[in-house]
Design a protein around this ligand. Sequence first.
Ligand code: AMP
Ligand code: MG
Length: 359
Amino acid sequence: MNTILAKVDMARPEAMETIRQAADILRAGGLVAFPTETVYGLGGNGLDEKACEKIYLAKGRPSDNPLILHIAQQEELNRIVREIPPLARKLMDAFWPGPLTLIFPKAEIVPPKATGGLDTVAVRFPSHPVARAVIRAAGLPIAAPSANSSGKPSPTRASHVEFDLGGRIDMIVDGGATEWGLESTIVDVSVEPPVLLRPGAVTQEMLEEVIGSVEIDPALLSKPTAAVKPKAPGMKYTHYSPKAEVLLVKGAEKNVADTINRMAAAEKAAGRKTGVMATEQTRELYHADVVLSLGSRENPAEIGANLFKILRKFDFLGVDVVYSEVFPEKGEGMAIMNRLQKAAGYHVIEAEDEKRSGI
Ligand code: AMP
Ligand code: MG
């Protein structure tokens, strides 16, 4: 399949031609990747079973991992959900359009293919002007999971989508780098009290300011087990994983750097290419084949925006083992650590004090 690549700048009048073309493809049952404020989405008609099937096929996504339906005006919600609980309304008023997905009881019209057979449906109203224009022009709820091959880090650039899905989808609308870089926050409002299923740019603190306390899915920050299964089916899969092995190292800054340098030296001696995910404040402390900075420790939004791009870069550079620092789990840090933990397969070690370890 030939994938159409189209750059779009919403400030220019010719943008509407590209948007119309994307909408035509979606209405005809095809697949179009487009930018949102979180990551690039792979869009298809969310009410068309066949289009949903194509999404699973293109991504190699397990069929029990439901899709998120994207809308461009709140009225469209009435068509796809059975009811809108009062707390959901509060969250919609506070955060839509924006990086928040809500889980509702689903309406009959939504095919089981879109929801992985569940009786609930995930809905998001994105704020990105390109996403909104495409969805509005299509006039349909658009199922749009992240536009990556299943299991790879989500795409934050059109070039990431092309690398993963070029030749497998009809069109990629290139609207530049995405703003947040981590997938949307997911809150299940079909239950009371609402449960946070996936942390994102809308933080626990922000949610609680609007609706009081929010339960946290216990599977979020530790390795899922048979007893503790994540409630968002997609959260149980290894995700975001580059080809490289990823290891998180926690502890005091100096100990983390010493421990990583020691382990990297041993790996290097064994002939493996080593990488470190550092920050602006710490990058000078490391000796590895490749040291990349996620951004400033004082700016978690920047770290979130860069995380997937940097994970992909290590793969591109053929790094075998990547060591990463960890971050405080408050605010946006919760989403960053959730994705990092998954990239590392929950492999975290405590940095050793050089003196105590006797080395
Ligand atoms: P993605 O669009 O690739 O970010 O993945 C969508 C995420 O939403 C996955 O983790 C899904 O498991 C989750 N999700 C979608 N629909 C539901 C639902 N009805 N109930 C719980 N989680 C859902
Ligand atoms: Mg995804």
